[in-house]
Design a protein around this ligand. Sequence first.
Ligand SMILES: Nc1ncnc2c1ncn2[C@@H]1O[C@H](COP(=O)(O)OP(=O)(O)O)[C@@H](O)[C@H]1O
Ligand SMILES: [Mg+2]
Length: 276
Amino acid sequence: MEGKPIAINRHKEVPAIQTAGLNKIYPNGTHAVKDITLNVNRTDFVVIIGSSGAGKSSLLRCMNRLVRPTSGAMSLFGDDITQVTGGRLRQVRRKVGMIFQQFHLVRRLTVLENVLVGRLRFNRSPLRLSMSLMRSFTKAEKVVAFESLKQVGIADLAFQRADTLSGGQQQRVAIARALAQEPQVFLADEPIASLDPHSAETVMQTLQDIHETRGIPVLVNLHHIDFARRYGKRIVGMRKGALVLDTIPPNLDDDAIADVYGARIEEAYGKFDACA
Ligand SMILES: Nc1ncnc2c1ncn2[C@@H]1O[C@H](COP(=O)(O)OP(=O)(O)O)[C@@H](O)[C@H]1O
Ligand SMILES: [Mg+2]
């Protein structure tokens, strides 16, 4: 009799992502992720800060298992995913949507086709897709793709070729493509590093909107302290592979920033690297 409610409560409290003593050592000996223990909850919007080479990308890549951890453990909603392979690995990648600094769109395809590629569930190479692409999706899949485009605010561009879009718009297509997977966790690795300040703001607002409306946790690697402060509900700092900070924006003072960036503190406040 008493077992049931306890079980329900436990289920609710299972973190979206949990790492315990996680390490990634690349074959060349680089120890990129050092003994990281971190719980990410469903309500978290985490910004990960740290200098170049601190291990931010490696940590995110472990989380959707683009990279296989060397040791330690990692779970996704309570399921151990540390060493999964094959079909279970594909499942993990479906559940964990990810975008990158480079948008990785198929340039000759339309916006909608690029988003539908997110539904391919990693079974086919987009490069092998032909003009019959649109016919290979169900109506329901197209509705999901349109909804994703609507959420990122570019449904009106659905039938334009991807390579006619601005950088900020292309990043939003990449976000919509990841959303079309209907992920349970959203990861973004330096999503605004190639964008002008205005596009960067739009992309961050889009990620915030996804977090709020879909109720899924978001983890974003960022270089810019001001964006981290404004958008993060939680700030995690990495230095030389280790987790050295886990706090909330009001506590991100100069001492905390110095702990993360050390002598490279100018990186934290560095000029916005606008390329657009
Ligand atoms: N595939 C790889 N093979 C070997 N070393 C790598 C690889 N990817 C990243 N590294 C190294 O791991 C360290 C952490 O890199 P990374 O995770 O990209 O950090 P960040 O994203 O914070 O810049 C760096 O020293 C980097 O050179
Ligand atoms: Mg990186």
